[in-house]
Write a protein that binds this ligand. Structure first.
Ligand SMILES: Cc1cc2nc3c(=O)[nH]c(=O)nc-3n(C[C@H](O)[C@H](O)[C@H](O)COP(=O)(O)OP(=O)(O)OC[C@H]3O[C@@H](n4cnc5c(N)ncnc54)[C@H](O)[C@@H]3O)c2cc1C
Length: 304
């Protein structure tokens, strides 16, 4: 049986073939996934892992695609998206000293978890105000802001390994640093448990609104992007270096280095992934030659 027939028989409407990934990522660019699959259960994941081995095709995991630049040729093999499942939020326990444990599925959206926490009066996730995407992507990237990151509040993690199945780990087993971590490599985040504290919903809401306002003043949020394109090199601001290199507003095709914040590369409407890749290279070359600083991408580039 062909891999396509096999997927269609097992997953029905939860699988798409030759699906343009620009429909599934924040940048709105990127070629097709050979197979884009929306698993509903751990059993689906185990079956997908088995199929990948049987047909010797690669597996790629994506969340909401808010930190992805998918090439114009797209992604070969099987792309697993948590867009449609693993979306449960649970209050696990309330401890005597105001601490609460909250578990969120890998497919839960960060803004949704934050809103849930505000309404429940749980403080600790305010750092994530304005950060899009899923909890799974947030753990993989150790996403965060100057106010904190997911590694700060994480206590437990359940990972699905396509070779060996699911396993639960405690936070202490891993290192979480600036947009990096040692927990998730070729696995998928099924859920994460966070330790939060009891707080006043109105105070939490006010802080979240303040951070969102602060971000809106500095960041160009009117066009598709992936947020910060580069990590800040130690001791420097990537945006400032690109600005000093004279690249604010520089365009290639439909892509532009934002003239509001130079670490954002925008899709102004009809950009290709290659336009964005070209701007990434231009920024890297200019910053290296003018300041001797090597820029490292924060955006993850996927595809052939
Ligand atoms: C406007 C804007 C503002 C942003 N601001 C910030 C910010 O302030 N701070 C910040 O840190 N980031 C920011 N980002 C980047 C992005 O939102 C984060 O990196 C986010 O955590 C990515 O989540 P995602 O679900 O979209 O993951 P994706 O972009 O889909 O994937 C990113 C990586 O995570 C992996 N991944 C995704 N889901 C899983 C899973 N369930 N299990 C295992 N691996 C997985 C993918 O394989 C990929 O390597 C911003 C992006 C935008 C568009």
């Amino acid at each position: 049986m062909s891999i396509e027939t096999s997927f269609k028989n097992r997953l029905g409407k939860n699988v798409l073939f030759h699906e343009p990934l620009k429909n599934h990522v924040a940048y709105r660019v990127g070629g097709p996934a050979d197979i884009l699959v929306f698993p509903q259960t751990e059993e689906d994941l185990a079956w997908i892992g088995q199929e990948a081995r049987t047909h010797a095709v690669p597996l790629t995991v994506i969340g909401r695609g808010t930190n992805l630049l998918v090439t114009d040729k797209g992604i070969r093999g099987i792309t697993v998206s948590l867009e449609k499942a693993f979306k449960t939020i649970e209050l696990l326990s309330e401890q005597s000293d105001d601490k609460v444990l909250v578990r969120a599925g890998g497919g839960v959206s960060k803004p949704e978890l934050l809103e849930w926490a505000i309404q429940g009066g749980f403080t600790g996730l305010e750092f994530s105000s304005g950060v899009p995407g899923t909890i799974g992507g947030g753990i993989f990237m150790n996403a965060g802001t100057k106010y904190g990151c997911y590694g700060d509040v994480l206590t437990e993690l359940r990972l699905f390994d396509f070779e060996t199945g699911a396993k639960t780990f405690s936070r202490s087993e891993f290192h979480f640093g600036y947009r990096e971590q040692t927990a998730v490599k070729n696995q998928l985040v099924l859920w994460a448990t966070f330790e939060l504290r009891r707080g006043e919903p109105t105070t939490i809401r006010a802080e979240v609104n303040r951070i969102i306002q602060e971000r809106a003043e500095k960041q160009p949020l009117d066009y598709p992007s992936c947020g910060s394109t580069f990590k800040n090199p130690e001791g420097f601001s990537a945006g400032r270096l690109i600005e000093k290199a004279g690249l604010k507003g520089r365009t290639v095709g439909g892509a532009q280095i934002s003239d509001k914040h130079a670490n954002f590369i925008l899709n102004k409407g009809n950009a290709t992934a290659q336009d964005i890749l070209d701007l990434i290279q231009i920024a890297k070359d200019a910053v290296q030659s003018q300041f001797g600083v090597k820029l490292e991408c924060e955006v993850i580039i996927l595809g052939t």
